[in-house]
Design a protein around this ligand. Sequence first.
Ligand code: NOJ
Length: 519
Amino acid sequence: MSKWLDNAVFYEIYPQSFKDTNSDGIGDIQGIIEKLDYVRELGCNAIWLNPCFASPFYDAGYDVEDYFNVAPRYGTNEALKELFEKAHEKNMHVILDLVPGHTSVKHPWFKESMKPTENEYTNRYVWTDDIWTDFKDVQGVFGSIRGMSDRNGCCAVNFLSMQPALNYGFANPQESWQFSTSSKEAIATREAMKEVMSFWLSMGCDGFRVDMAGSLVKNDDDSKETIKLWQNFRNFLDEKFPEAVLISEWGEPEKSLEGGFHMDFLLHFGTSNYMDLFRSENPYFSREGKGDISKFANKYMENYKLTNGKGLMCIPSGNHDMPRIAHKLDDEELKIAFAFLLTMPGAPFIYYGDEIGMKYLENITSVEGGYARTGSRTPMQWDNTVNAGFSTAKKEDLYIMQDPDEDRPTVKRQMETENSLYKEVKRLTNLRVENEPLCSNAGIEFLYAEEKTYPFIYKRTGKEGSILVVLNPSKKGASCEVNENLSCEVIYSNNGEAVIDKSIITAPACSASIFKIMK
Ligand code: NOJ
């Protein structure tokens, strides 16, 4: 596995909203280059960049029109190459967003595929053989594109209606229009995607976050064929680009890691109980103290046992698809949430702006297929200059409106304020990289993660010893007994320090404490 993942702390950048350097109201690659030092100084040494390829942007770029070219609004391929180079100079890594499951309807492959006459791309997508034959309950198909062309057939939709599904075959082909995964048509799609990977990896990118990685083979109930397909991709990468990292948006680590992914996200969908942490009705990390960590912890351990040694699970602070972490939690609660995120196994992901507690803007008009997600995609708040330092364009020309609150958090203010969320996040990223037992692949054991109660205690063990993490997000002090007698030395605390008396641990209200275990 690529060594750099052990110490990676990722920062997710939604390029539209990070930093605009040419005053057109939308972020660009030069803006990211300008802010590399900011990201590095926060303690993040890796970047996940959301799709930045040519696109009609009906789904914010997840509808790719040209896999080989940067969208002009963000810059050029040369600019992206410069980003890779500058990042590497600073000892940072950059992964791109690979969207292998579907393209835009404007992609030249789809234009060819829509033609009634047979050509090289006729079967590049999943089509039925008659305009009146729909997909009914084909698993992994979300509707169909019909009547857009003279081709007599329906094309499968992979997500939104203008995202036709690429053809990687069916697990058990039943109809004449369903190709097997070993058909030359399915293989042609797979090989075309390898060319996309090779192109960017050769240019200097360090790997991919893979969009809807589990969606490729249709009617693949147990995901066996999709897993095989990813093993094939992984073998290809191991041979040609052994350092390339693959991280899946799949949410089922026992499957994705089997497929050769290095890490899989725990997400707002799927079975991980991720939502219980920061976003459910009663999030565990709220000071109300009504949360329940046990379901998350049990599921995590179940997956951990299944996947340990094969790869990692990673937990994001949020992403461009869900309400921001600050939607339900204030800065003091967020500090404890970050103490958790930055001490768990797997590389942590900080969604841009979460480190200053940027708000989720409710009920704003959808932009580029964002719908309710738009409120998590607003422009970064850097300082108190015009448009919070994001852009010098006219306010009404910004890609998405900014948080109108006069008191909105900014990077500048938080850098100048003692005890700000930004400073706490920075303290924690430093702590993580300085302590080997906190790195991505060191072990974890939950010592106390009980139903509807606090605190939450776990032990991380690496080659250089063990570290104890004691989190009590609740507004009431909490005490518990663990299964071992501990002798510890504190290395971090926020808002009071937990007291350890052999096996009895007492944590002050709203606190996070981290200890080196001495024996
Ligand atoms: C998941 C991406 O994160 C989301 O933003 C996108 O809309 C869908 N996949 C479709 O590509």
